[in-house]
Write a protein that binds this ligand. Structure first.
Ligand SMILES: *[C@@H]1O[C@H](CO)[C@@H](O)[C@H](O)[C@H]1NC(C)=O
Ligand SMILES: *[C@@H]1O[C@H](CO)[C@@H](O)[C@H](O)[C@H]1NC(C)=O
Ligand SMILES: *[C@@H]1O[C@H](CO)[C@@H](O)[C@H](O)[C@H]1NC(C)=O
Ligand SMILES: *[C@@H]1O[C@H](CO)[C@@H](O)[C@H](O)[C@H]1NC(C)=O
Length: 390
């Protein structure tokens, strides 16, 4: 608990400016929805540690394990704040378009936001504020600050625009807004910190988190956003963290893969509510192009057939970086601490540090999404945008 209090205190000290914006009117539109494939000039990302490219490390370095080796060892050869041995899904998306990796918004030293910005913060929730107050609505507040700063700069003079590292006015309606995954920490904190049962989480926390995501999307639309990628929650019931901490280790709690059934079905309840809400949203924000990414099924495709994607079947639930326990994960001796081991070949592991995943896993997921697999509608950006191979 001391740790939790410390996090809340340090976030409170950041004194973020909260902006209140009126949402667009929700009058239903009966115009038929059509998705027009377009190739975005960049990305604006919102999410949690699966998407954070350095925000939490910049905001609270002392509480961020991903600032220590061996984080980053596979690709960056140094810790960048990513909770991974290398690149994340959002990095592979940027790379495939030939854009720089998305700069974390909170660390503006040397940042170039012309192809977008990353507002994702490790530990973020959609709505629930028991660990961190940096929820999705706060990430959207920060996005609105960036947009106002960019438009003001553009208004000042041509010369200011020429040297600016900020997005152009046209960027804001053409960019792809990636919302998620987000909501996983709401579920986890409700169980671990609020001690709610899974049925209680389903009836209270899930609808609140989904509503917060939809409300955030409406605020982005009111700011001119047109292209949205909503990302569901992955099969976190298959992570070393979940099977270690949430299970009583009775065999009937686990499915044939060894994943925790109750947590995975909670994730599926969340995802199906989110997907239904996104369908309704299509009627409420006319002219928007909306894609839903089924991260759960994409991750399950890998967990259920690891060798097809060159992962070890035997080690599919094991953490590459960790020590002890049945799955090389001990919550008291986590990756990033001294004397915690790291595997020699992270590319055969799905799981990196118990709770987060490897670059090899994220690359496979990015390939799925870019080729339209597990997307609704199944838009193939590789073909329509002539993307670079990843
Ligand atoms: C902030 O960004 C700069 C430039 O990308 C980088 O060198 C630095 O390590 C980052 N700081 C933190 C705390 O992540
Ligand atoms: C920029 O200029 C436009 C047109 O004059 C104006 O409507 C808008 O409010 C200005 N934006 C900012 C942020 O100053
Ligand atoms: C959590 O909830 C369970 C079931 O309602 C109860 O038995 C247990 O004492 C609670 N634990 C804590 C730490 O509140
Ligand atoms: C698996 O590894 C083989 C040999 O290195 C390679 O040819 C193949 O493309 C890989 N498959 C995937 C799905 O990455």
């Amino acid at each position: 608990m001391a740790m939790v209090v410390a996090i809340v205190v340090s976030f409170a000290l950041l004194s973020l400016t909260i902006y209140f914006h009126s949402s667009p009117s929700d009058s239903p539109s009966f115009s038929s929805f059509s998705f027009t494939p377009s190739c975005p000039p960049g990305f604006v990302a919102f999410g949690n540690s699966l998407t954070d490219t350095g925000n939490k490390l910049h905001l609270v370095p002392s509480l961020t394990a991903s600032g220590n080796p061996p984080y980053g060892r596979t690709f960056f050869q140094r810790p960048t704040g990513r909770f991974c041995d290398g690149r994340l899904v959002v990095d592979f998306l940027a790379e495939s378009f030939g854009y720089p990796f998305l700069y974390p918004y909170f660390n503006n030293s040397g940042a170039d936001f012309r192809h977008g910005a990353n507002f994702a913060i490790a530990g973020s929730t959609a709505n629930l504020e028991v660990v961190s107050p940096l929820t999705l609505p706060v990430q959207v507040d920060e996005f609105i600050l960036l947009k106002e700063q960019a438009l003001l700069t553009e208004n000042l003079s041509q010369s200011a625009t020429a040297n600016s590292q900020l997005p152009k006015r046209s960027f804001f309606k053409e960019a792809l807004y990636i919302v998620g995954e987000i909501g996983e920490n709401d579920l986890r904190n409700a169980i671990l910190i609020l001690n709610l049962s899974i049925p209680q989480v389903e009836s209270t926390i899930v609808p609140q988190a989904v509503a917060a995501i939809i409300q955030s999307a409406k605020r982005l639309y009111a700011e001119g956003a047109k292209n949205f990628l909503f990302v569901g929650i992955l099969a976190q019931g298959c992570s070393a963290y979940t099977v270690t901490l949430f299970s009583t280790h009775s065999p009937d709690e686990l499915d044939s893969l060894g994943c925790l059934k109750s947590f995975n079905s909670l994730v599926q309840v969340f995802n199906s509510q989110l997907q239904s809400a996104v369908e309704e949203l299509k009627q409420q924000i006319p002219g928007a192009a909306i894609v839903f990414a089924d991260y759960y099924s994409a991750s399950m495709a890998i967990f259920s057939n690891p060798s097809k994607y060159n992962f070890s079947t035997r080690l599919k639930l094991h953490a590459c970086c960790g020590i002890g326990g049945k799955y090389n994960f001990d919550p008291d001796r986590r990756c990033g601490l001294a004397a915690v081991n790291v595997c020699s070949d992270p590319s055969i592991y799905i799981n990196w540090d118990g709770i987060h995943f490897t670059e090899a896993f994220y690359r496979t997921i990015a390939k799925f999404f870019l080729s339209g697999q597990f997307l609704d509608p199944p838009i193939n950006l590789i073909n329509s945008c002539s993307l670079l191979p990843i």
